[in-house]
Design a protein. Structure first.
Length: 343
């Protein structure tokens, strides 16, 4: 099997990969499994699917990480026998081009598109009958005003919703005179955001007014605030139809946001085995229905239940590995070999 890691980074410089922890860990795992590997940035996807692409068009780590005279990259990375592992922020359109050229992509464009869109995730979970926070998609009112009086939705009644999701899972309502369809506080987050960027706890009309510039600049969703889970969540990492890890994430210094990229702390929960036994079937059902070969499902801590907060198609694993000692990169490569080698 040959592995192309399509890595969406904040830079277009391949040299960055030399000091990038996740890249090192994937390379080490591939060396143990004798897997040919090549890193390609999204900007070079079109070159990868062209007839004249060669490994020199990407970044081959062979000379840097493998013993001289030992393992070396394959001479070609044709679609047959090659798997594309999607990491970081990769546009679904780039993944689709790889698929159209015959490459097997993990994860595929449809699954990544779903995971990137928090509103579509709310619809998806609602259709599956999976408990999740009530979600409201605000619409900027006439004249472009995005303050309290300018946020306009529509009334949901008898299970109907203008957004196409049953009212049990997705709520729309008039937002006027400082009122909120979810009550205060509620959570505001970018519809297409990740890594905790732009997530805010809206405690009242003044906070909502303060969000006006952001609401004008990009789509947002509002979600029910689950007080029992303030600043913490439960993350399940899965791959190849199996649970790989279960961890609790907590915001640093009582921060509302638990993402490791925002300083959140990661640890194995005390009742990890019981949580895995209770929630693993739901995690794997979500993965299966979403078409995700690997990823994460994040749960909130409810009074009695664990509502699903988000699903992720290209989750990071650096903080997870460092906090738990688990070899996430190794497990990913091993399962890729099991499921795709020779396929």
């Amino acid at each position: 099997m040959r592995l192309v890691v399509v890595y969406g980074l904040k830079t277009g410089d391949y040299e960055w990969l030399r000091s990038f922890y996740p890249a090192h860990r994937i390379v080490e795992a591939c060396a143990r499994q004798r897997v040919h590997i090549l890193f390609v940035l999204p900007c070079d996807v079109d070159r990868l699917v062209s007839d004249d692409f060669s490994p020199a068009g990407g970044f081959s780590p062979a000379d840097d990480f493998f013993p001289a005279g030992g393992f070396s990259p394959a001479d070609d990375f044709f679609p047959a026998g090659t798997v594309c592992l999607v990491r970081g922020n990769v546009d679904p359109g780039s993944i689709q081009r790889l698929e159209e050229a015959g490459f097997r992509c993990v994860n595929g464009s449809k699954a990544v598109t779903l995971a990137l869109d928090k509103l579509e995730c709310a619809r998806f979970l609602d259709k599956l009958g999976i408990q999740a926070p009530r979600t409201f998609a605000p619409v900027v009112g006439a004249g472009g005003r995005a303050g309290v009086a300018g946020l306009v939705g529509a009334m949901c009644a008898a299970g109907e919703s203008p957004l196409g999701v049953g009212a049990s899972g997705l709520v729309g309502a008039m937002c006027t005179a400082g009122e909120s369809p979810l009550g205060y506080p509620f959570v505001a987050k970018p519809r297409f955001g990740s890594r905790g960027r732009g997530v805010a706890l809206v405690k009242g009309p003044a906070d909502l007014e303060a969000l006006a510039p952001l609401l004008r600049s990009e789509p947002y969703i509002f979600q029910e605030f689950v007080a029992e889970s303030a600043g913490r969540d439960l993350r399940f990492f899965f791959a190849g139809g199996e649970i790989v890890a279960c961890v609790e994430r907590r915001g640093k210094d009582d921060s509302f946001v638990s993402n490791a990229s925002e300083g959140g702390l990661v640890r194995i929960p005390e009742n990890c085995e019981a949580l895995v036994e209770r929630l693993s079937s739901e995690v794997l059902r979500i993965a299966r229905e979403a078409g995700l070969w690997y990823g994460t499902v994040d749960f909130l801590f409810g009074t009695e239940e664990f509502p699903v907060c988000e699903i992720n198609a290209c989750p990071g694993f650096e903080a997870l590995e460092k906090a738990t000692g688990l070899d996430i990169a190794g497990m990913l490569v091993e399962r890729l070999m099991r499921d795709f080698d020779g396929a």
